[in-house]
Design a protein around this ligand. Structure first.
Ligand code: UT7
Length: 329
């Protein structure tokens, strides 16, 4: 068997229409456009009102399949990353299998918070390189407004909704495709960023009260920034090392869109001009695992990605999780 590599053959996104601006947030909590822009870089984010996560995922998946010019029947596996699923079961990937009319293939959800797209890509790459799948759809979809507390000014300013997808296919051209991946978790920081799923309670108690705020996302922002400053360079270093690629060869870094400060860390560490680090958080805020593929899709559609380029995608967030991969286009 020859060398198999994992090529990106299509991307698509699904961005909700409703725009939540900083000015609108000024009416909801004690904050200001100036504070939000200075500390985060976010100017507006999108809200998928009355929309399921699977609906966003489906829109992104259809657009990615169209971009790749393949039918759903050609898929060998569907991976969905989300930390805001509609159901604990069925998983979102199974819903997509049916809605897309795909064959009865493996359909798995990956819950890896903001690192989800990196982790799902790592799994897709492993299946393809092992010869267990030829074509894999990875979809990252999030409706974070459902877990955001719009009375908490330290989190509600950051997050937005959106979805994007990537289609990966086996190629025997060793010059292109995923050159390396790296994923990791530091569970010691679990309390720094979490949202509760099922409550721990006495099932036989006369009453089983539910705290409506229990499911809301809680974050110690400064602790997460400190983690990010350590974890992202570690992830990028490891992915570059595994790929045998020097930082000078990087054409684009596509980071999870969490805060502008991480861009400075990356630019300084790798001696990269800021123009090589893609940013769209001003328009979408932090869309958790959807942020990296939304960037990739936007970059493809805007003609920023070309054959021969080397790009590094990196993610970090709840878990605390982090990771990166190197992709040759
Ligand atoms: O996606 C997963 C990864 N997530 C991240 O990477 C997010 C990482 N965290 C961050 O980006 C930042 O920590 C935030 C943007 C969330 C917060 O910025 P910060 O510079 O770390 O602010 P802080 O939490 O240290 O708070 C500074 C001050 C506080 O006031 P006092 O205690 O100094 O008087 C806050 O109460 O800013 C206050 N503050 C606000 N003021 C106006 C917090 N949120 C707001 C707000 N508007 N929205």
């Amino acid at each position: 068997m020859g060398i198999i590599n994992t090529q990106l053959i299509g991307t698509g996104s699904c961005i909700p229409d409703l725009v939540l601006t900083n000015e609108m947030l000024e009416q909801m909590v004690d904050t200001s456009d100036e504070w939000i822009v200075q500390r985060t870089g976010v100017r507006e984010r999108r809200i998928a009102k009355n929309t399921h996560t699977w609906e966003l995922a489906l829109g992104a998946a259809r657009n990615a399949l169209a971009d790749a010019q393949i039918g759903a029947d050609e898929l060998d596996m569907i991976l969905v990353s989300t930390c805001t699923p509609d159901y604990n079961t069925p998983n979102t990937a199974s819903v997509l299998q049916n809605e897309l009319g795909a064959r009865q293939i493996g359909a798995i959800d990956v819950n890896n918070a903001c690192t989800g797209f990196i982790s799902a890509t790592d799994i897709a790459d492993s299946y393809i390189k092992a010869g267990k799948a030829r074509t894999v759809l990875v979809v990252s979809a999030e409706t974070l407004h459902r877990v955001v507390d719009y009375t908490d000014r330290s989190t509600c300013i950051l997050f937005g909704d959106g979805a994007a997808a990537a289609v990966y296919r086996a190629t025997d051209d060793r010059q292109i495709g995923i050159q390396s991946t790296f994923i990791a978790a530091d569970g010691a920081g679990a309390d720094d960023l979490y949202m509760q799923a099922l409550p721990v309670e006495d099932p036989f108690a006369a009453e089983r009260p539910v705290d409506p705020k229990a499911r809301f996302l809680k974050m110690k922002g400064a602790a997460v920034v400190r983690f990010t400053a350590r974890a992202v360079p570690l992830a990028i270093d490891t992915a570059l090392q595994r790929a045998g690629i020097d930082a000078e060869a990087i054409d684009w870094v596509v980071p999870h869109q969490a805060n502008l400060r991480i861009l400075d860390v990356i630019a300084r560490r790798y001696h990269l001009p800021k123009e090589k680090i893609y940013v769209n958080l001003d328009r979408y805020g932090n869309t958790s695992s959807a942020s990296v593929p939304i960037c990739l899709d936007e970059m493809r559609k805007n003609g920023l990605l070309h054959a021969g380029q080397t790009i590094v995608c990196t993610g970090f967030g709840g878990g605390l999780t982090y990771g990166a991969f190197v992709l040759k286009l």
